[in-house]
Design a protein around this ligand. Structure first.
Ligand SMILES: NC(=O)c1ccc[n+]([C@@H]2O[C@H](COP(=O)([O-])OP(=O)(O)OC[C@H]3O[C@@H](n4cnc5c(N)ncnc54)[C@H](OP(=O)(O)O)[C@@H]3O)[C@@H](O)[C@H]2O)c1
Length: 161
């Protein structure tokens, strides 16, 4: 039976490179690209099919920062596939740290000045926001969304097979 592999954040970067490698190395793979933006997902699928014309590549809409999107996607995975061999939990965001002018001037006249210049501590801050579900976006996108997917898409699967 063909292996089923799902990759989140598969439309670019490491995720897309991983998909390319998986298709190259595994015969008869059923690959599922789980992405939040279907246009970008379709473009990635087309690129993969250009180098692997006979590959079995499916798309799944999933925004890991949204609880309802992940639950819907997990349900869809259970309906579509009677096995799931591997999940690559790759989707993620890493906002660039921003320079905080106020913190810089505060640090300038404090005992933390040496540490501040040596490490950037206190003056470089990473912007994070709260999702409509009330969770920090980075936590939800990179971690909790994947935890939900893993637990919901695989729950009871071992009992079924
Ligand atoms: N590259 C590095 O040096 C490095 C270092 C440490 C950790 N990482 C981690 O490794 C993973 C891949 O890195 P990368 O460099 O390939 O990053 P990337 O090029 O920015 O790709 C990230 C992928 O995740 C997707 N994504 C982001 N938020 C999402 C969401 N809410 N729902 C679904 N998909 C979402 C993006 O989709 P869109 O195209 O729609 O944005 C994109 O496909 C990330 O988790 C990153 O944090 C990377």
């Amino acid at each position: 039976m063909n292996k089923v592999v799902l990759v989140t954040g598969a439309n670019s970067g490491i995720g897309l490179a991983l998909c390319e490698r998986l298709l190259q190395d595994t015969e008869g793979l059923q690959l599922c690209l789980a992405c939040r933006n279907m246009q970008r997902a379709q473009a990635a699928r087309s690129a993969l099919l250009t180098s692997h014309p006979t590959a079995n590549v499916a798309l799944l809409q999933m925004d890991t920062s949204s609880i309802s999107s992940v639950l819907t996607a997990a349900q869809e995975v259970k309906l579509r596939y009677n096995r799931l061999d591997c999940l690559y939990l790759n989707a993620g965001i890493m906002p660039n740290p921003q320079f905080d002018v106020n913190a810089f001037f505060k640090g300038l006249f404090s005992s933390r000045i040496v540490t501040m210049f040596a490490t950037g501590e206190g003056i470089l801050t990473q912007k994070d926001c709260v999702t409509p579900d009330g969770l920090q976006e980075i936590f939800m996108t990179n971690l909790f969304g994947h935890f939900l997917l893993l637990s919901k898409a695989t729950y009871n699967r071992s009992k079924q097979s």
